[in-house]
Design a protein around this ligand. Structure first.
Ligand code: HEM
Length: 429
């Protein structure tokens, strides 16, 4: 008699890494590791969540080598076809969204990239170094003084890092002081839209459901503002990025509006995530923090290691332009392909001891700033800000470890790795 047929070897189940709510508990490192080991290109369902409609699903790419491949091969993995967010844009909004260089492919992308790079030279950025440092010092000193006068604790997000990121960006862009609140409002609306805490900033449609924050309807006021600011800069030029853009004869009005939008969202929430993310890691690793404080490790490698462990961006999306294969998985024309930055940054195939915080790690090929044609244009400015912040923190904060007084609150988002609070003890009460 024949015995029962041997069972087919069980496939390890595919964990969900899409649901934005899980990111409020922390980065799902166990799930990422499981995907890297067993399903490096894994199909993810995209059910309706938090009032946002269901989508067709996508491929999650979690290994470092595959992420770099997707980001570099823009002929196969397009930023243009379906833009760069997991959620599919409304088809009616797509032409509008594609005007932004983030959502374009070479060779068209190249023209805009060259134009904006001219306004964004390292020389111009470096001129803000002293102002940035002074801002770090004054925000930290004020936070410590306020804490001394109360219970000795302070929320570094509310008192230091939110203002730090926003004010540095508005300086670089040349936005007048009186308008800075508007920028914060706009970025919260675009980035925080998955988070019920930030829902008050959403624009609602006639059905009472949130309007896609990247649609023309939701962005009209920001674009009107970009126009008015550009007109102001032509009359009153300054040494800032908006003056450079507004006076560039090759840039059209709609292109300028889009640049303004791109810089406001790309330049604010990313630093707003990285700054407290790095401080949180330093609080969790007192020995690494001690070595940084006494100068045993350099600030440059420290900044990159903190960015590796806490990337500001969790995902970016591409769309397959043709049938292809990635890590042995068939991908069809039109499929969504999503890269996972925090997973790639902890890939044990590339980073020895990936969960350790080694502030002198070198080389450190993290992909927190992306790779390929869209690699972050603001990386120099971001690193400059983070170096100044950590350097001033080791002076302004009291000696000894940084004590968390409560767990930080995290943003509900599968896009931005945001911290909404970071309560620490900064003085004796
Ligand atoms: C820690 C801070 C930052 C991080 C982690 C970060 C991350 C990124 C990433 C991952 C991309 C690639 C997007 C893609 O693959 O489609 C990107 C693009 C970009 N970033 Fe950043 N960014 C940061 C700060 C900034 C700042 C401060 C600015 C400007 C003031 C900026 C401006 C841009 C622009 C304009 C692009 C689009 C480039 C293109 O499409 O060619 N970023 N950033």
């Amino acid at each position: 008699m024949r015995g029962p047929a041997p069972e087919a070897p069980e496939q390890a189940p595919v964990p969900d890494v899409f649901d934005p709510r899980q990111y409020a508990q922390g980065i799902p490192h166990d799930r990422y590791r499981h995907l890297r080991d067993h399903h490096p290109v894994a199909w993810q369902e995209e059910p309706e969540v938090l009032g946002w409609p269901a989508g067709p699903g996508f491929w999650a790419v979690t290994r470092h080598a595959d992420v770099v491949h997707v980001l570099k091969d823009s002929a196969t993995y397009s930023s243009y076809l379906g833009a760069t967010q997991i959620r599919d844009p409304d088809p009616a909004d797509l032409p509008f969204i594609r005007r932004m260089m983030l959502n374009q492919d070479p060779p068209h992308h190249r023209r805009l990239r060259v134009l904006v790079s001219r306004a964004f030279t390292p020389k111009r950025v470096d001129r803000f170094a002293a102002v940035v440092r002074e801002r770090a010092r004054s925000l930290l000193t004020r936070a410590v003084a306020e804490a001394r006068a109360t219970d000795g604790t302070c929320d570094l997000v509310a008192r230091v890092t939110d203002d730090y990121a926003l004010l540095n960006l508005t300086d670089l862009l040349g936005v007048p002081d009186s308008d800075r609140g508007l920028l914060l409002h706009w970025t919260q609306r675009v980035i925080g839209y998955q988070d019920p805490d930030e829902a008050g900033t959403a624009v609602l449609g006639p059905d009472g459901k949130p309007v896609n924050p990247r649609s023309p309807a939701a962005l009209r006021d920001m674009f009107d503002y970009a126009h008015a600011l550009a007109a102001h800069k032509r009359q009153h030029p300054g040494d800032d990025v908006m003056t450079a853009l507004a006076t560039d004869p090759e840039l059209t009005g709609p292109e300028l509006e889009m640049f303004f939008f791109l810089l406001v969202v790309a330049g604010n929430d990313t630093v707003r995530s990285a700054a407290p993310g790095g401080l949180h890691l330093l609080a969790q690793h007192p020995d690494a923090y001690r070595r940084l404080r006494i100068g045993e490790v350099g600030l440059a490698t420290a900044v990159d290691e903190l960015l590796r462990r806490h990337p500001s961006v969790l995902t970016f999306r591409r769309t397959a332009t043709q049938d292809t294969e990635l890590a042995g998985t068939r991908i069809r024309t039109g499929d969504k392909v999503v890269v996972f930055h925090a997973s790639a940054n902890h890939d044990e195939r590339v980073f020895p001891d990936p969960y350790a915080l080694d502030l002198s790690r070198s080389p450190n090929p993290h992909i927190s700033f992306g790779d390929g044609p869209h690699v972050c244009l603001g990386a120099h400015f971001a690193r400059l800000q983070l170096r100044a912040l950590y350097d001033e923190a080791r002076r302004a904060l009291p000696p000894g470890p940084l004590h968390l007084v409560a767990p930080p609150r995290r943003l509900v988002s599968n896009f931005i790795n945001g911290l909404k609070s970071l309560p620490v003890r900064v003085a004796d009460s």
